[in-house]
Design a protein around this ligand. Structure first.
Ligand SMILES: *Cc1c(COP(=O)(O)O)cnc(C)c1O
Length: 378
């Protein structure tokens, strides 16, 4: 029996291999390895795709978030409201600039933070909100921008898992003040290495982010601030330009696969399927179900963990994003959150299971996943 991996990147590469190989060789022959035309071209194309005036490329999604926070002067004494259900980097950069992450509970239907909780968490110290479009599903940006406007807050979108997603026909990353993207290989638009970008419609913020990613240097050898070194190399930019042309097709393939999972799994009462909210167009970075916990007389493990192991025995690899919500991470003990304080996200952490999902997954593979899942829940 063939293994069904959580992600198979070789199926994307097949489609672009000729073009990509040529583009990489061209860069190798050009001697222009950092910066140069390939990077400038990709920045332009990505700005256009996202529907913004500026895109600044950088080394990673983590750096993108860091640059956005720094450019918007968020730091010591500031509070930033975000989701506890995200990859650690989202909160890590808030801490790294010296600000305090404030975690609010999520909606179990979308896995995104709950807007009523966001509004309740606003204090005189709040300076910004970082919505995370988790698993490809956009946050309700109409609601969020209204809250931000009322309270005069900055919105930095974490779009790492949602490249190409839109909220009411507007691409994520073009709605808040800054959008932050990751091109880590498993994201919807993935490089063959690390990469990231920030997007904005504000030229002054774009300029500031560009200065910060170049050692705080607006002109060579003059340094106005303490920045970082964060760049994408020419080879990655050339590959991303090629992949960008296929992104909508790959996202459609993900949507088709999500629909098929829904058909296959809809009748199973012991699990909860991911819900698409109206107004949003998800790009299905993950297809994440909840496995309701049933006590077992023979095992201490959660039902979810038992199902995951059972799938693995059938050569199907599922993933847990994320097993520990950020408010309960050891490093954030000092923030004083207690177990049980954000009950929905804590339930999600016990129940979520992401099934194999990637462009090019076959119907036969999905059927095998569904069959095994029913068997494992049995
Ligand atoms: C992947 C990811 C990041 C970080 O991106 P890197 O390119 O790995 O630094 C940030 N936030 C979220 C939600 C992510 O999924």
């Amino acid at each position: 029996m063939n293994k069904i991996p959580p992600v198979d990147l070789t199926r994307q590469y097949e489609l672009i291999s000729e073009e990509a190989n040529l583009a990489v060789l061209e860069i190798l022959n050009s001697g222009n390895y950092i910066g140069g035309k390939a990077v400038a071209t990709f920045e332009q194309q990505f700005a256009q795709y996202t529907g913004v005036s500026s895109c600044v490329s950088c080394n990673s999604g983590t750096d993108a978030l860091y640059l956005a926070l720094r450019a918007l002067n968020i730091g010591e004494g500031d509070e930033v409201i975000t989701s506890p259900f995200t990859f650690f980097a989202t909160a890590e950069v808030i801490s790294r600039v010296g600000a305090k992450p404030i975690f609010v509970d999520i909606d179990i239907d979308t896995f995104n933070f709950n807007l009523a909780q966001v509004e309740k968490a606003i204090s005189p110290q709040t300076k910004a909100i970082v919505p995370v479009h988790l698993f490809g599903q956009p946050v309700d940006m109409t609601g969020l921008m209204a809250i931000a406007k009322t309270h005069n807050l900055i919105v930095i979108e974490d779009c790492a898992q949602a490249t190409g997603a839109s909220w009411q026909e507007q691409k994520v990353g073009s709605i808040g003040h800054v959008g932050c993207f990751s091109f880590f290989p498993t994201k919807n638009l993935g490089a063959c290495g690390d990469g990231g970008a920030v997007t904005t419609n504000d030229p002054a913020i774009a300029k500031q982010m560009r200065i910060l990613k170049e050692h705080g240097s607006p002109e060579r050898y003059r340094h106005d601030s303490i920045g970082i070194n964060s760049r994408i190399d020419g080879i990655q930019a050339a590959i991303l330009s090629i992949k960008l042309r296929h992104l909508d097709f790959w996202n459609e393939q993900r949507a088709t696969a999500a629909k098929y999972y829904h058909e296959l799994l809809n009748a199973i009462t012991l699990i909860k399927l991911p819900q698409a909210i109206s107004g949003g167009n998800s790009v299905w970075n993950q297809y994440t179900i909840c496995v309701g916990d049933r006590k077992s007389s023979t095992s201490q493990k959660t039902s979810r963990d038992r199902v995951k192991e059972c799938l693995q025995q059938q050569e199907i690899i599922s993933m847990i994003y994320y097993p520990i919500p950020l408010h309960l991470q050891p490093v954030y003990r000092d923030l004083g959150y207690k177990k049980g304080q954000l009950p929905i996200v804590e339930q999600a952490a016990r129940e979520v299971l992401s099934l194999p999902m990637f462009p090019g997954i076959s119907q036969a593979e999905q059927e095998r996943v569904a069959y095994a899942l029913k068997d494992c829940l049995g």
